[in-house]
Design a protein around this ligand. Structure first.
Ligand code: NAP
Length: 352
């Protein structure tokens, strides 16, 4: 392992002489680099689109064959994970299902066999526990001799504003499942995936780039996952193991329908679970880097870049019952008074 930098000999206020030309370069080129990158952007987009299109025409274009491959799926006892298992079963895979609820896993395994899986086994696993993740990967390899695809899907969420969390262990639990619960299985499966030129599919979330109130740790974990797997892709392992990151918006599942109220507006559009799973598996088969379901959430990326404040407004109004920003609040208070403004915006949360 390369050294971890923790012992600096000089302070950043007084950098050594050999760094000064580079600092000067950064200062003088700040505008030039920005302009060049800006002008290059449309060209780069066109070039990359054309490259992708040409590649898609090549007769040897890589498409992953799922039949007879070994697919390990975490969080397979319900929701998106269950539907992903059924999708892989439809395509004739051997599936290894993992989650904490054994009775649910048994039912999903039976359904997978009915849908055409070559085999379906399951193991009770808590992905927040390192030893459980190691056992899961060993179990898959002992049972089938190999792993071709690892689907990191297990996830959990809590609905609370940061200041409402009672203590540190409470929010650590979320990261243990939503972040480390992806990393541990990946760590143990990596050597097997390297051998089979396998694939990692990650159920991340659009929450990785769209802020959503009362979900700070969930959002942070998903953002970390997105960066973690994007980084893995450009490390040497990325040459042998392909990575598809799924970024769902709201999809029907226990997470979105059985959670505490006040989390999602009742009128908010939600995608069917099996449709989301079908699109994710199709993208994985085509070895796409990302798949956003539903697709329209992609526009949030543009808002995030060019008008981030507009992403804050709807959740403030519809979930928190607050005016979208300070200026509108002041204006409303001038026209209606403080109490009426409060009452007016509280009305927006009636359908939450
Ligand atoms: N539904 C959405 O709108 C949406 C949107 C974006 C992203 N996602 C992501 O999609 C993934 C699946 O969620 P879902 O919507 O399908 O919700 P879900 O139905 O609640 O499924 C969550 C799955 O994760 C498992 N799980 C939770 N904690 C676990 C743990 N400690 N160890 C092992 N398994 C655990 C659950 O099984 P057990 O309880 O049996 O352990 C369950 O199978 C999650 O990563 C979620 O963040 C969902």
């Amino acid at each position: 392992m390369d050294q971890i930098q923790d012992d600096r000999e000089w302070s950043t206020q007084e950098p050594p002489y050999w760094l000064k030309p580079r600092i000067w370069l950064a200062k003088t080129l700040e505008l030039v680099i920005a302009v060049v990158l800006f002008l290059w952007l449309p060209v780069a987009i066109v070039v990359s689109r054309v490259y992708k299109w040409v590649r898609s025409l090549l007769p040897w274009k890589r498409r992953r064959i799922v039949k007879d491959t070994v697919v390990v799926i975490t969080g397979a006892s319900s929701g998106i994970g269950e539907c992903l298992a059924l999708e892989y079963a439809d395509r004739g895979a051997k599936v290894v299902l993992a989650a904490r609820r054994e009775n649910r896993l048994r039912e999903v395994a039976e359904k997978c066999m009915q849908r055409g899986a070559r085999d379906a086994v399951f193991l009770k696993t808590d992905v927040s526990k390192l030893e459980d993740c190691e056992k899961l990967i060993n179990f898959a390899v002992d049972t089938f001799g190999r792993i071709d695809i690892l689907v990191n899907n297990a996830g959990t969420a809590a609905v609370a504003a940061f200041e409402e969390y009672p203590n540190v262990p409470e929010f650590q639990k979320i990261l243990d499942v939503d972040f480390w619960g992806n990393i541990w299985p990946t760590k143990f499966a990596l050597e097997h995936l390297r051998r089979t030129r396998g694939q990692i599919v990650v159920t991340c979330s659009v929450a990785a780039f769209v802020p959503y109130p009362k979900q700070s740790f969930y959002n942070a974990a998903k953002a970390a996952l997105l960066n973690f797997y994007d980084t893995l892709r450009i490390e040497p392992i990325g040459e042998r193991v392909s990575i598809t990151i799924a970024l769902p918006g709201f999809v029907v599942s226990e997470l979105t329908t059985k959670g505490p109220p006040g989390h999602i507006p009742k009128w908010w559009p939600m995608m069917e679970t099996d449709e989301a799973a079908q699109r994710i598996v199709q993208a994985a088969v085509e070895e796409k880097r990302y798949i956003i379901v539903p697709y329209w959430y992609i526009f949030n990326l543009f808002y995030r870049t060019f008008a981030p404040e507009l992403l804050d407004w709807p959740p403030r109004v519809f979930l928190l019952g607050k005016p979208p920003n300070k200026e509108i609040k002041m204006m409303c208070e001038m026209l209606l008074g403080e109490e009426n403004t409060q009452k007016l915006f509280q009305k927006f949360t009636a359908f939450t």
